[in-house]
Design a protein around this ligand. Structure first.
Ligand code: EPZ
Length: 409
């Protein structure tokens, strides 16, 4: 178990460089299982979830070597196995084994898939995609002697189900047509990796056409993490500082930037560096989390402490209706809120230090922002949950002037 101790308040200033995106890196790592060759991945973030994903693909025989900022993954000699439930239960992205294993080995056992438990996280659309391409379910295992190209129209946008549909279609015989898919930037990042591995994928605004082929090793430089960038920008505003975020994926973040502008932040962009600061008190803001290009659900917990420090706000989450458990934990920091269905009202509050347990990855990041803004010492237990998604978190915050430590206990 890890504990983060913060002595606040901090007025964070300086520059921070964004790491590779967790949610882009994970599908690419699992996609290497479908390729036969050596893939080269750059800017893979060194975070908990990525380490677990690499361990899972190693259990199939993938050889992973990291050197000079490049991770080489050799998938020429793989054999099917049942990966450790302990590992698959740690990360949500282990659901990508459905598409990857059916494509490579023709089988996959359904096991416990992990990740943040802020809502029920069904996989019905993942399974439907497998069945649509000819797989069959028998006693908790899915088999496909042959995957056959087919049409899939999702009833709702799902990142995970879209990833699995793509992973299945790239090796199915013939053409698949996918509609109703998620359009997050990490989906395009996965497509780019698969194209570099020889896949045939054509994507328009509302249709993907994929013809199955044998894939060789591919290449990717993982895109910048928009949730990490949004977290550091929020840290700057919550602490009254001024932070420059280098390699900020600002094209992907327009809905977030609109929210910062509505809050009253002064935003500046120069090349790939985005900076933000706030004079005076933040305005009341309303946020509705939607699939991309809407406001990202993963940033809604992060923005809650800003609302409390400012003039209040309201958050509606249309992606995960119950993603508000973290508000209970934020109440320990004095943040007052009221929940009604999938809408939370956050009241202007005086933030004070607290001892809390990180409720989940982004809820934990919201606790950290609150701790940095509060006057006095705060402690956040189960900090490894936050480190699942943020590379060099304490080092980056310390470089911005935070008094922060992490301890094993
Ligand atoms: C991904 O989860 C991300 N995780 C989540 O980020 C993120 O919150 C989410 O997408 C939405 O952007 C990873 O990329 C590893 P979904 P995923 O399938 O794929 C419903 C973080 O903090 N649904 O897009 O699991 C579901 O209930 C994490 O980094 C079905 O109904 O999310 C939800 O309402 C947390 N049936 C909606 O779709 C299904 O079969 C979107 O979920 C699948 C999903």
């Amino acid at each position: 178990m890890k504990k983060i101790t913060v002595n606040g308040p901090a007025k964070l200033s300086g520059e921070v460089t964004v790491s590779g995106s967790k949610n882009a890196a994970l599908p690419i790592i699992f996609a290497t299982l479908i390729t036969e060759g050596i893939s080269e991945l750059r800017r893979l973030p060194d975070i908990g979830d990525v380490r677990v994903a690499l361990d899972i693909i190693r259990s199939f025989g993938a050889e992973v070597l990291s050197m000079d900022g490049v991770t080489y993954i050799d998938t020429r000699r793989l054999s099917y196995c049942q990966p450790s439930e302990e590992q698959t239960a740690k990360i949500r992205a282990s659901t990508y084994l459905l598409g990857a294993c059916l494509s490579r080995f023709g089988r996959c056992r359904l096991s416990s898939f992990g990740g943040c438990n802020f809502a029920l996280r069904p996989i019905d659309m993942h399974i439907d995609a497998c069945l649509a391409l000819g797989a069959e379910m028998r006693e908790g295992e899915i088999f496909a002697q042959r995957l056959l190209g087919s049409e899939i129209t999702f009833k709702k946008q799902s990142v995970g189900a879209t990833v699995n549909a793509i992973l299945l279609a790239v090796s199915a015989e013939g053409e698949s047509v996918i509609r109703g898919f998620a359009t997050e930037p990490h989906i395009d990042a996965l497509i780019d990796f698969l194209l570099s591995a020889g896949a045939s994928i054509e994507r328009t605004e509302d249709e993907m056409r994929i013809v199955g082929r044998r894939l060789h090793g591919g290449k990717a430089t993982v895109i910048g993490d928009m949730i990490e960038a949004g977290t550091y920008l929020s840290v700057a505003l919550a602490t009254g500082g001024k932070v420059r975020v280098r390699d900020c994926p600002f094209v992907d973040m327009s809905s977030f930037f609109k929210t910062l502008t509505a809050f009253g932040a002064e935003n500046r962009m120069s090349g790939n560096v985005f900076s933000t600061s706030l004079r005076g008190r933040g305005e009341y803001i309303s946020v509705t989390a939607l699939p991309y290009p809407g406001f990202p659900t993963d940033l809604q917990p992060i923005i809650a402490p800003l609302m409390a420090i400012g003039s209040g706000g309201d958050i509606t989450d249309t992606v995960w209706h119950t993603r508000f458990g973290y508000l209970d934990t934020l109440s320990d920091f004095g943040i007052r809120s009221e929940l009604s269905g999938n809408r939370a009202r956050i009241y202007p509050s005086k933030i004070s230090p607290a001892k809390v347990t990180a409720p989940d990855l982004r809820g934990g990041a919201a606790c950290l922002i609150s701790a940095l803004a509060a006057e006095g010492q705060s402690e956040i237990y189960s900090a490894e949950i936050i480190l699942r998604g943020y590379e060099n978190l304490t080092e980056k915050l310390r470089a911005l002037g935070a008094d922060i430590n992490i301890q094993e206990f």
